[in-house]
Ligand binder design. Structure first.
Ligand code: ADP
Ligand code: ADP
Length: 239
């Protein structure tokens, strides 16, 4: 059964322009799917509709057999613990340490800034260290995030998204601010760790070649509509 099902999704921010038009899509557990398309196509809006960071206007989204649109605040908060997010600009708290940022992902971003480490159990801290180790940044655990390179910060972003052991991770242009070398490191890690942990991955990208290298399936979005959907090799045959 699909982990995520999107039916007839439509979104407008203002009355005069539809940003997403009749999007239909199913994502199966364990899939690694990329969404490609030019800037302004609606990729970011689409990802944000899935966890209702953006409220959609039309259609239905079913995640993990729950009707996302009908959830109340409490149910939505609960659902979001099953959906990790990775952002283009990392969205870390710069003055906090790496380990604090990772642990922060566990309870959202509303905890106070004081004594963060003390709020977590040894087991939770161990889990955070395990993830940092898998991503090769454990030696930076007690550094402030703003002392790290972009690629290192994005690895922290991935750890933060995965600490809650989500079923799905949504990545919004995770490598758009990185050089090719760091981009490869991030994509390799993202692919390896989501495969290892059995986490479904939906990634916005604007580089077709990167999408082809890493994805099971590619979805092309243009002006709010799906214009292509298929396996990576099908895209190369058509172009
Ligand atoms: P992409 O991620 O493919 O670049 P976006 O989803 O960011 O596309 O943007 C699609 C369109 O929606 C753009 O025209 C953008 O300006 C518009 N848009 C995005 N967010 C908002 C918002 N909060 N309010 C109004 N328009 C928005
Ligand atoms: P990023 O590259 O960090 O994703 P974006 O340019 O996509 O930054 O958008 C930053 C914020 O501005 C987002 O919350 C987005 O929804 C909002 N935004 C984007 N385009 C518009 C727009 N045309 N009108 C209002 N808000 C917008």
């Amino acid at each position: 059964m699909a982990l995520l099902k999107v039916e007839g999704l439509g979104k407008s921010y203002t009355s005069d322009k539809k940003i997403l038009k009749n999007i239909n899509l199913e994502i199966n557990p364990g899939e690694f799917v990329s969404i490609i398309g030019p800037s302004g196509a609606g990729k970011s809006t689409f990802l944000r509709c899935i966890n209702r960071m953006v409220e959609f206007n039309e259609g239905k989204i079913t995640f993990n057999q729950q009707d996302v649109g009908s959830l109340n605040k409490r149910e939505l908060r609960r659902m979001r613990t099953n959906i990790g997010m990775v952002f283009q600009h990392y969205n870390l708290v710069p003055r906090l340490t790496v380990i604090e940022n990772v642990l922060h992902g566990r309870f959202g971003y509303k905890t106070t800034m004081q004594g963060i480490l003390g709020r977590y159990t040894e087991e939770e801290k161990e889990r955070a260290f395990e993830l940092l180790e898998k991503l090769g940044i454990q030696e930076h655990a007690y550094k402030r995030c703003d002392q790290l390179s972009g690629g290192q910060q994005q690895r922290v972003g991935i750890c933060r998204a995965l600490i809650q052991e989500p079923k799905l991770v949504l990545c919004d242009e995770p490598i758009a601010s990185l050089d090719p070398n760091s981009s490869k490191i991030i994509m390799d890690h993202l692919k390896a760790i989501t495969t290892e942990l059995g986490i479904t991955c939906l990634v916005n990208l604007h580089q077709v070649d990167v999408a082809q290298n890493y994805s099971d399936r590619i979805i092309g979005l243009n002006q709010g509509e799906i214009v292509f959907e298929g396996a990576s090799h099908q895209l190369s045959e058509e172009q």
